[in-house]
Design a protein. Structure first.
Lengths: 183, 127
């Protein structure tokens, strides 16, 4: 701005880790927003493309970075979409937390036999479970939701496998860590 | 033959996990999507079974729960919460239930109803 500011500028010390997390979270937020405008046959049935980023980060970096990226994505996307602290946000957060929990354990599976497809599938199921728990416990506390569970889980299966394949593909065409190829 | 692609070969563990997931989803469909007609209605009050009724009758049942009287109606093989003293009325809005395994709960008044399947088939053959 051309106006002289009376405020002293505040500098926040950032590390390269912070930049990396921010950059990766931005990818995830972009995918999340893209998905938010796609029509969905049933509320809650979504491809969950942002999880590809979470998985990619888990493979290329570590679990902590993946957790940061995933949770930042949930919070930032909800602020951008205007549903922070709304039921949609609660669904998103509970899903993300449970799928991170699943990934925390799944990351120790032998890589030789289990690729990102397994991790993605487990994360998708955990994500759905987290959402259904919120729906059952808070939003629609009657047994009527049980009817929709098979549809939700079938969607989690399809999208979980698809996202896993995409993650494998991304990992293959990006054999170098994102921060290293920039020097 | 397909050229070796960047997608790679699916690993053994992945295939097994996908198969298990398919079985799991199939099981969910089977257990939650049957449309077997129910034959009996079981009502619970608190943690005890209050009563079990046949759905083969038309009848109103009034149950004194912890905050008031809940009325459950059985008619034409279906059952529903007709009225309840609870504030949110989730149980009433759930409407008529007629499939085995369906349930409705009124948490504030601690009344729940669950539809049970019929007797074993040979019972009806014997009598």
């Amino acid at each position: 701005m051309t106006q002289p500011s009376k405020n002293k500028s505040i500098e926040i010390q950032t590390t390269s880790d912070d930049h990396r997390i921010a950059k990766l979270a931005a990818f995830a937020i972009g995918l999340h927003l893209l998905e938010a405008v796609l029509p969905s046959p049933l509320p809650g049935v979504k491809p969950g493309l942002a999880n590809i980023i979470t998985l990619f980060v888990l493979y290329r970096f570590d679990f902590a970075t993946a957790a940061w990226v995933s949770l930042l994505r949930v919070f930032a996307s909800s602020l951008l979409l205007g549903n922070f602290l709304s039921p949609t946000f609660a669904l998103s957060l509970s899903g993300a937390l449970l799928s991170l929990a699943a990934l925390y354990f799944a990351q120790y599976l032998p890589r030789r036999y289990f690729s990102a497809v397994t991790l993605s599938l487990l994360a998708a199921f955990a994500h759905m479970t987290g959402q259904l728990l919120v729906v059952r416990g808070w939003l629609i506390p009657n047994a009527g939701v049980a009817y929709l569970i098979p549809i939700f889980m079938a969607a989690a299966l399809v999208f979980g496998v698809a996202n896993g394949l995409l993650t494998n593909y991304l990992l293959r065409i990006n054999p170098v860590r994102l921060d290293e190829d920039k020097g | 033959m397909v050229k070796p692609s960047k997608w790679g070969k699916p690993s053994l563990g992945d295939v097994l996990v996908i198969l298990f997931a398919l079985l799991f989803v199939a099981y969910l469909f089977k257990s939650l999507w049957h449309n077997e007609q129910a034959a009996k209605l079981q009502i619970r009050l608190g943690d005890k079974i209050y009563a079990t009724y046949s759905l083969d009758q038309n009848r109103n049942i009034d149950i004194q729960g912890s905050i008031g009287v809940t009325r459950i109606v059985i008619a034409n093989g279906k059952a529903r919460f007709a009225s309840s003293p609870c504030p949110n009325q989730y149980c009433v809005h759930q409407g008529w239930l007629n499939h085995k395994g369906h349930a409705a709960i009124c948490l504030p008044n601690q009344v729940s109803m669950e539809l049970l399947g019929g007797k074993k088939p040979f019972d009806s053959l014997n009598y």
